[in-house]
Design a protein around this ligand. Structure first.
Ligand SMILES: Cc1ncc(COP(=O)(O)O)c(C=O)c1O
Length: 424
């Protein structure tokens, strides 16, 4: 089936009630039939639900739908995108591991990598840029994965996934891709060599600014058994889960089963079933929303680029953007509705523009039906030093816009009046 159809129907078969909407299974636990049934479920020998920190029937539909859209073998949904990022790293890393990341990252991801994981003995190595050669230079025998955002937030860089996958696999490590900004409707990283995909579902997938959520999707591609020394958590009996050997017992979905059984089960960043329901609602309309997001974003980007009150516009949809060839190759010419730009007059003028916006909401989110603006240097990336800001691709004066679904004339009018105030 096509993506538009999977996004509406994937993973759901009505029960005897024939409910057309996915029911919200608001329950903490599920009744075992008898002791044998309990044992089989606890051993993961048969599918089924037991305690809803770990799995839930509403969440299960969302997981199956996301796995189908990404072309993966299984998925795990969690309470936020940051929970997904953190669980993905902690599923492969141990104290003493390092991992290599492209530097263009969402602010909290960068902070978590640079300043939190090192306190657990896990070293994040940031490449000087997102090129495969730069990433390759930092991989060594203790590297447990390579991590990139397919389209960086807010840098708007587009990573050459196949080149980076080749480098990661050549070194025997899995490739983890945060596909939040592109969504699986624009880009499917597993087709281009990713082994694991993570998402903040809070953004375009939910799409209405109501619900936090995250996901991990397993490509089922990484040959854990060939890398016993590097990934004993996959190839040897797991004492934290009654001696399951994840790569042997679940070869098609070892990553997600391990993430669920070790991270989610023990630390509990569980998505509520009501949250899963809201995210399923969003997913149903994602394909049509993305079309309007994109056409509005192209119009706003063109307007800004043609306005003398604007110094620069960073939008991968422009033909002269350095990432344009990768947009053609990986996004099939489509672009997410995120752009950054600099108001003429620099930092102070940028903040004056931000303050003068009327229709655009000033807030910390993206991918909402509403148009949003933020000044990353003072908000999403506030924890970063000036040199870290440059490394992750953010100019101090940059304003990031996430273009929503309103009428384009109203968006342009708001930008025009804010520019008039900022650049007097
Ligand atoms: C690319 C990316 N990854 C992860 C996250 C974290 O997601 P959440 O806010 O759902 O925790 C964000 C949030 O903006 C993001 O943009």
């Amino acid at each position: 089936m096509h993506d538009e159809t999977i996004a509406i129907h994937g993973g759901y078969q009505a029960d005897a009630t024939r409910a057309v909407a996915v029911p919200i299974y608001q329950t903490v636990a599920n009744d075992f039939i008898d002791a044998d049934h309990a044992n089989a479920i606890m051993d993961l020998a048969i599918p089924g639900f037991h305690y809803n920190r770990i799995n839930n029937p509403t969440n299960d539909v969302l997981e199956k739908r996301l796995a189908a859209l990404e072309g993966g073998t299984a998925a795990l949904v969690v309470a936020s995108g940051m929970a997904a990022v953190s669980y993905a790293i902690l599923t492969v890393a141990v104290a003493g591991s390092n991992f290599v990341a492209a530097p263009q990252l969402y602010g909290a991801t960068y902070t978590y990598f640079a300043h939190v994981l090192p306190t657990l003995g896990i070293e994040a190595r940031f490449a000087v840029d997102d090129r495969a050669e730069s990433i390759a230079a930092l991989i060594d025998g203790k590297t447990c994965c390579v991590f990139v955002e397919s389209v960086g937030n807010p840098a708007g860089n587009v990573v050459d996934l196949e080149a980076v996958a080749a480098v990661a696999h050549g070194a025997g490590v899995p490739f983890i891709v945060d596909n939040t900004v592109a969504t699986p409707l624009m880009l499917k990283p597993i087709r281009h060599g990713a082994d694991v995909v993570v998402h903040s579902l809070t953004k375009f997938v939910g799409g209405h600014g109501t619900t936090l959520g995250g996901a991990i999707i397993d490509g089922g591609t990484f040959p854990w058994a060939q890398h016993d020394d590097r990934f004993p958590g996959f190839t040897r009996p797991e004492v934290a889960f009654h001696d399951v050997v994840f790569a042997r017992d679940f070869p098609e979905r070892a990553f997600v089963v391990r993430a669920r059984s070790i991270q989610l089960r023990n630390t509990g960043a569980t998505l509520s079933p009501f949250g899963a329901f809201q995210l399923l609602q969003g997913l149903e309309t994602l394909s049509v929303r993305l079309e309007r997001h994109e056409s509005n974003a192209r119009a706003v980007a063109a307007y800004l680029a043609g306005d003398p009150r604007v110094d620069w516009v960073n939008f991968p949809g422009f033909e002269d953007n350095p990432y344009h060839h990768l947009v053609e190759r990986y996004l099939k010419g489509r672009v997410p509705s995120i752009l950054t730009f600099g108001v003429s007059g620099g930092y102070a003028a940028g903040l004056a523009f931000f303050d003068a916006l009327g229709l655009f909401k000033r807030l910390l989110n993206l991918g909402d039906a509403k148009s949003l603006a933020i000044h990353p240097a003072s908000t999403t990336h506030r924890q970063l030093s000036e040199s870290e800001l440059i490394a992750v691709g953010i100019r101090p004066e940059a304003i990031r816009l996430s273009i929503g679904l309103e009428h384009i004339d109203d968006l342009i009018d708001d930008i025009d009046q804010a520019l008039a105030i900022a650049v007097a």
